[in-house]
Write a protein that binds this ligand. Structure first.
Ligand code: FAD
Length: 479
């Protein structure tokens, strides 16, 4: 039967666009349907006065010979992006503790071995093991991603926390805390995060920490061009309200709010699974086991983000592009406090600005919060934002006189713009327990419906969602 397209992708996040671009590259007629007026999902920009802010993304491992650039090369769009290195993976700060984590393996090994000489052998063994995991993970791309969460080995091994993993190599408590301090990249602290957080840590050493001059919205645009230049379409303001299910229980069409229908042989969802399995798939076709599974998983942390437009160079305020400040190095206590609800006490703060002139006077402060029923974010976010700016001024030196623009986003803002349930930054909570690790697969119970993006394996972050797009496209092309 003839269809409008070979493949329809619902949602234009980086995961959806990557999958769509790879399918178009292989000759499929692709359409991406985006409900918003702009593409990119979280990879988005907005302007206020002369300031152009990246709404979310500040650091992605994008070395020339790494996975992301390999994919961009394959799609012929690498040259459209000016990829610039960040100064380091993160400058970790806590009272009485400051450490810049280098974003390359040689410097990282040298610094850790010279600053923790009594742990030299353990550091080398740990970094070796992390590299082994990294290559195992990347090898998994070729196997359709079935073990992309590191799910090979005994249950006890694969459900180990990142904290236990670190402890199995390192004894020095300060070093353990330092190695744990990359937890904001995955959203769960070391005792709760899976041992596979080691991948996040070592990816920054092996493939660096980078930004894109002009912002990550340009990555979305480049991927979209890779689709349209091959005859595909990227339609904005096309909210998918439901699927029409045809004979034999396959998805036949995406139906918009306005009742328009587009048909395809294959459908790829890049949207929250709570929306997909609770709304888009019509009730009689929903699968109870999946509903149960969804109920056992929970969305990741969200955030209050404060976007500041400043007179002058943000590097004069925070030298490094990413500063992670913690009130104490007890990361798990901070994470537990986040789960219990927002407080006036700012016990952690991320301070980020793009490298060099790409910054244009913009600096972003981020503080994790968890969405909860009953919180009126319109009011709450102001209170938290004020406390964040005050805390930043006390940690970095008072820069507040130079603030020209201040915009604040809350979990409601993130959910409103992207449809991510609870304003989740990273899809599902990144947890080491068995259920948490069993993130949703790329295939679903409907034979021609697939999932990509940060709610699938391997989880949150641009690197991971691009890998999900890659794996889903491979599965679709080889079926
Ligand atoms: C504040 C913040 C900071 C972050 N910092 C970083 C960072 O520094 N580095 C990093 O790697 N990651 C970072 N992340 C995480 C990263 O941005 C996400 O994990 C990633 O962008 C998610 O991509 P995705 O493909 O899952 O799609 P999403 O970005 O979630 O996009 C989903 C798209 O689907 C669309 N959609 C939803 N419902 C429908 C519908 N019914 N019909 C049509 N379209 C629909 C939405 O409008 C949206 O465009 C950050 C996230 C946030 C919020």
């Amino acid at each position: 039967m003839s269809t409008d397209y070979d493949a329809i992708v619902i949602g234009s996040g980086i995961g959806g666009l990557t999958c769509g671009a790879l399918l178009a590259h292989k000759g499929l007629r692709v359409a991406v349907l985006e409900r918003h007026g702009r593409i990119g999902g979280y990879a988005q920009e907005f302007s206020r006065d002369k300031f152009v802010f990246d709404s979310s993304v500040h650091s992605v491992s994008m070395a020339n010979d790494g996975f992301v650039c390999g994919l961009l090369n394959q799609l012929g769009i690498r040259d459209r992006l000016a990829i610039v290195p960040n100064t380091c993976t993160a400058l970790v700060r806590s009272p009485g503790f400051t450490y810049s984590l280098p974003a390359n393996l040689d410097d990282l090994t040298r610094c850790l071995c010279s600053d923790f000489p009594h742990e030299k052998e353990s550091v080398c063994a740990l970094l070796d093991d992390m590299q082994r995991l990294f290559h195992q993970y990347k090898g998994n791309f070729a196997t359709g991603g079935e073990t992309m969460s590191g799910r090979s080995g005994t249950i006890a091994e694969v459900t180990r926390s990142y904290k236990d993993y670190i402890r199995s190599f390192v004894s020095d408590e300060r070093l353990r805390c330092l190695l744990g301090s990359i937890w904001p990249f995955g959203g769960s602290s070391p005792a709760y995060a899976p041992f596979y957080n080691a991948f996040i840590f070592i990816a920054h050493a092996l493939e660096g920490s980078h930004s894109i001059k002009g912002g990550f919205a340009l990555l979305a645009r480049a991927l979209a061009e890779a689709i349209t230049s091959r005859g595909g379409e990227v339609r904005t303001r096309w909210p998918v309200r439901a699927f029409r299910i045809g004979d034999a229980g396959v998805v036949a069409a995406a139906v918009s709010d306005r009742g328009e229908e587009l048909t395809a042989a294959t459908f790829v969802s890049n949207v929250s699974p709570y929306l997909l399995h609770g709304q888009l798939i019509p009730e009689p076709f929903r699968n109870r086991l999946w509903q149960k599974r969804l109920a056992k998983l929970s969305p990741s942390v969200s955030a209050v983000s404060v976007y500041l437009g400043l007179d002058g160079d943000p590097a004069a305020i925070a030298k490094d592009n990413l500063t992670f400040w913690f009130a104490s190095m007890d990361h798990d206590a901070i994470y537990r406090r986040i789960q219990s609800g927002p407080s006036g006490d700012i016990d952690h703060l991320l301070v980020m600005h793009p490298p060099g002139s790409a910054g244009g006077g913009c600096i972003t402060l981020m503080h994790f919060v968890k969405q909860r029923p009953g919180i009126v974010w319109r009011e709450e976010k102001k209170r938290i934002a004020d406390a964040m700016v005050k805390k930043a001024a006390s940690v970095l030196g008072d820069f507040t006189a130079g603030i020209r623009v201040c915009e604040v986003a809350s979990p409601d803002t993130f959910e409103r713009y992207t449809g991510n349930t609870a304003g989740a930054l990273y899809g599902f909570e990144n947890t080491h327990n068995l259920y948490g690790q069993s993130k949703l697969p790329f295939t679903t119970y409907l034979p021609n419906l697939f999932q990509v993006g940060h709610w699938t394996k391997a989880g949150g972050g641009i690197y991971n969602v691009m890998s999900s797009g890659y794996v889903a496209a491979s599965i679709i092309l080889h079926q």
